[in-house]
Design a protein around this ligand. Sequence first.
Ligand SMILES: [Zn+2]
Ligand SMILES: [Zn+2]
Length: 262
Amino acid sequence: MWGWLKRWAEKPAAVAEKGKPGHVVSRADILAWREAARRPLWLPLTQAGQSDTNPNRFGGTPSLAAGETWPCCQTCGAVMPLFLQLDTGSLPTGAPLAKEGSAGLLQLFGCRQKSCLAFTQDGSALARVLPVAPRYPTYSTVRTAVLAPNTITGWQAETQEPTSDEWDEANGQLPPDFTDDDDAVDYPWFRNGRSRDKLGGWPDWVQFPEYSTCRVCERPHTLVFQLESEENLDFVFGDVGTAYLTYCAQHPDELTFSWQCS
Ligand SMILES: [Zn+2]
Ligand SMILES: [Zn+2]
């Protein structure tokens, strides 16, 4: 049988209208796209407490060089606790920030005052990559705010496909009432129905995809690190939400932090 006629007979819309407005894509198209868009991710292995030699941690005090400051909230003025610190040169090969070769110290701070959101958008959070320099853990004082430290001692590597939430409708519409087959699968990056802290991978959006765009090139950001309320960081984002540290892969200094809750 003529090959082209057979294909036409099986999937008329997918062949004839592909890429055109109103075209409805097939489930096979979605599955192929998900597989092609698979990303590596790493779940942190942690140990309670702060290390003087290992800078990778949740909470605790930031490591600072001479002249580097412990940031304050631009909304309320309070000293912001450290949420996350990562030596980007020590991250697994292929991880965000490590793969761009931007060696430095990533620091994420957020305001914990009830009136503030802990968003970089309004200065109630700060995400920065400091240059490579000798620096030392700071100590807490009455003015500083410190969350219980958890040191990252290793990483558990996994890979993750995007869900259909990430599908770009410009490539065709999802079939009516489409759901991902694996909605109920308990992946390692979920625990008891909640998403988990992770480096890389796809954001597990609580509500809907909400990417910042780069202030320099206007491309959408990608995930650096996802922070879950009260897993390794002793902090609750809104109503037990999930937080997303994202960046521009072309401009790794362009970092944004925000969160969603249900
Ligand atoms: Zn504040
Ligand atoms: Zn950019």
